[in-house]
Design a protein around this ligand. Structure first.
Ligand code: DGJ
Length: 695
């Protein structure tokens, strides 16, 4: 049984890990253990009562509580802070009861109650045994007669075994330059990662990996976690001088408040935490499987090779230009033709049109049907770009509803890319957008939507908010999920792609709606290698849309460009008319090869052999789940002479089976390829793709 109770408390067991907590003598719900699964129930340590150390550090501060309230002399981040109607701000939570749902996905619920006020907090724990993950979230209920204002509410506080030091791995970046891996030793104090931008953001991602310093890609203990949320979030890692390390994660408490009226409940997003002894690679493979199997809507559907018009035609789309590209794309073996920005009413550049989601009459006098018919006639599916949360001041929608945007009435409405943000927290806005996009999808044979969002928030006002105006941050995201979710329900066949100027909205919340992410506007392949590496620490390759384009220097060979994009869900975005016959013929060969490889790339196990963020010579390998076939990609950017390329040690092979590697002489055992490695000769800006076959 993955969840059980003993006299010491509760234990949640996954395939290889365990997570335990219980009540200590003082009646506090405290953390007991998180790590490798232990053989016997009694192996898990009891819930202890901390001893105070000095009058400055009493027991409350030194207790590892599962979900601390705001009381006593704790000085740690409380998971929940509220203001009651009488102005009292403390939350004193004590255990009340528990219940256990023993379904296929066991869920343990621990009910805590405030000792003086009618406030109930339920801690939810779900066990995802096959992925070694624990899911945690909290629900708070106002069971009284007066409103309660929530000022802070986390999804979870995660505790780690007492250790001399920990190293935190996370990603940072910016537009065009997302997902740089950072590894830093935590020193006493608090390290905060967050978004205050209304979206997940290009700058940080709600993901962490924690190790004790010695772990690497292939080995070592790693604790890791993600937050399934697409709005403002906060992750704070706190290490103190008593050796305690904790990470709080949840919606950001910055500028946040929520009025909980009598009878209301509020639920936090889910925080997932995992543990592995297979290093950072093992941690990411668990997340990959979990996301593919349980989060993304279309499960294990193979993604089609797509063409996207953006970098070729930008806003200059019309039936003739798109049909010309479509014909060339079809000849190359492309399966899905996506028309990007520029197709809708009044859209000639980025200063106008957002909000008016019907085809521009000058560019498409007969609507989209003719073009879609031509694309379908060429044997391809059709997809479309939209940016439904946005409005240009120069649009019919804004002229009709200037009050629908996020704004403060007395302040300038700051534009970004000449656009303002529709307040998706408002139900009238939600209904309007659902109606517009639903019509588009009902009237046209569209099977793919790229959902974009190209600015962050400013003047976060909502004058006629029904509750506290600071609820905007959360209600906006709930509104977004509602709009997108409703459209998904009405059009279940559609594949959605999440884009926010590239990778500004990549998280497990949005992946419940979108099957893919456009991870960066940077399509220069050598830069992309690094961005892709960071991304795959969290997300699986099938969600990683990657186009071959013309960005970057001409000396980057087409093969190199294709190899980089073939590491994810392959797309093409170059100007096919300018490519010429020879380039298109070469592209067709790579596309044909990718179609053979894609089950392994999109759904196999991913091994990062050499990091492109650290080395000019890098490699990544994919293996089918049954270990019978795989593929190896290797890339060399610039290595100054007299450098030699080091051996690549393969991973994930069956040690006793025999394997052949394309281009290498003879079959050898899996163990031999993994231990002795293989040498590849590559010149600067050369790359290679090698199939791996069990014989
Ligand atoms: C930003 C996206 O990331 C690009 O791929 C493209 O769709 C443009 N927006 C269009 O405006």
């Amino acid at each position: 049984m993955p969840v059980y109770q003993t006299e010491l408390g509760w234990v949640l067991e996954t395939n290889t890990t365990a997570y335990a907590f219980g009540l200590n003598q003082a009646g506090l719900l405290v953390h007991r253990y998180w790590g490798a699964r232990l053989p016997r129930h009694e192996d898990y340590p009891p819930a202890t009562d901390a001893k105070g150390w000095a009058s400055f550090n009493n027991a409350a501060q030194l207790t590892q509580e599962e979900y601390p309230g705001y009381e006593d002399m704790k000085f740690v981040d409380a998971c929940i802070q509220v203001i009651f109607a009488d102005g009292v701000r403390g939350t004193v939570l004590r255990y009340a009861s528990f219940d256990l749902d023993e379904g296929a996905l066991p869920e343990l619920r621990i009910h805590l109650r405030d000792t003086a006020y009618p406030l109930q907090v339920t801690l939810h724990y779900r066990v995802h045994a096959d992925y070694d993950l624990i899911e945690r979230w909290a629900t708070v209920a106002n069971q009284g007669e007066t409103p309660i204002t929530i000022e802070r509410i986390d999804s979870a506080q995660w505790h780690f075994p007492v250790a001399e030091s920990y190293r935190l791995t996370h990603v940072t970046g910016r537009w065009l330059d997302e997902m740089h891996l950072r590894r830093e030793v935590l020193q006493p104090g608090r390290k905060v990662l967050e978004s205050r931008r209304l979206t997940t953001s290009h700058h940080h991602n709600p993901w962490f990996a924690l190790d004790r310093g010695g772990s690497c890609e292939d080995a070592g203990a790693v604790w890791f976690g993600v937050l399934a949320w697409s709005g403002n979030w906060k992750l704070s890692a706190d290490i103190n001088d008593f050796g305690a390390t904790r990470i709080n994660v949840g919606v950001n408490d910055w500028d946040f408040a929520w009025r909980l009226n009598p009878g209301d409940t509020f639920s936090t997003p889910s925080s997932f935490g995992g543990y592995t002894e297979q290093g950072f690679g093992g941690a990411s493979r668990l997340l990959h499987d979990f996301i593919r199997d349980t989060i993304i809507p279309h499960g294990h559907a193979l993604h089609k090779v797509l063409y996207n018009s953006w970098e070729a035609t930008t806003f200059n789309v019309d039936e003739a230009s798109q049909a010309e590209l479509a014909e060339l794309a079809a000849e190359m073996g492309i399966e899905l033709f996506v028309m990007d920005d520029g197709w809708f009413h009044g859209r000639d550049d980025d200063t106008a049109g957002l909000g008016d989601w019907w085809p521009d009459e000058r560019k498409f006098p007969n609507g989209l049907k003719n073009l879609i018919g031509r694309v379908n006639g060429l044997g391809m599916d059709f997809g479309l770009w939209i940016e439904p949360e946005m409005v240009n001041p120069n649009s019919e929608l804004y002229r009709a509803h200037p009050d629908w945007v996020i704004h403060f009435p007395t302040r300038t409405r700051t534009t970004g890319r000449d656009q303002l943000i529709l307040n998706f927290a408002r139900t009238d806005v939600q209904e309007y957008i659902i109606g517009q996009i639903d019509r588009l999808l009902s009237e046209n044979n569209i099977v793919f939507i790229k959902w974009d969002m190209n600015r962050n928030v400013s003047e976060p006002g909502w004058s006629d908010a029904p509750g506290d105006p600071r609820e905007l941050w959360v209600r906006y995201v709930q509104g977004l999920y509602h709009v997108w979710g409703t459209l998904r329900e009405r059009h279940p066949e559609v594949i959605w792609q999440s884009c926010s100027g590239g990778g500004g909205r990549a998280d497990l919340g949005i992946l419940r709606l979108a099957d893919q992410v456009w991870i960066s506007d940077n399509t220069e392949p050598s830069a992309r290698l690094a961005i892709q590496e960071g991304y795959t620490n969290i997300f699986p390759a099938n969600t990683m849309e990657a186009w071959v384009t013309d960005m970057g220097p001409d000396y980057l060979p087409l093969a190199f460009r294709f190899h980089v994009s073939m590491c994810g869900s392959l797309g093409v975005g170059g100007h096919l008319v300018h490519w010429g016959t020879e380039r298109r013929a070469e592209a067709a060969r790579w596309i044909a090869l990718y179609k053979e490889l894609r089950p392994v790339v999109q759904y196999g196990d991913l091994y990062r052999l050499r990091s492109p963020q650290e080395h000019a010579y890098s490699a990544v390998q994919y293996m089918s789940k049954d270990r019978t076939e795989g593929v190896l990609f290797a890339f060399r950017t610039h290595l100054p002479p007299p450098a030699n390329t080091p051996p690549l040690y393969l991973r994930g092979l069956d040690p006793d089976a025999s394997y052949e590697i394309e281009g290498m002489l003879g079959a050898r055992s899996g163990l031999a390829w993994m231990r002795t490695g293989l040498y590849l000769e590559l010149k600067d800006f050369e790359s290679t793709v090698r199939r791996i076959r069990r014989v």
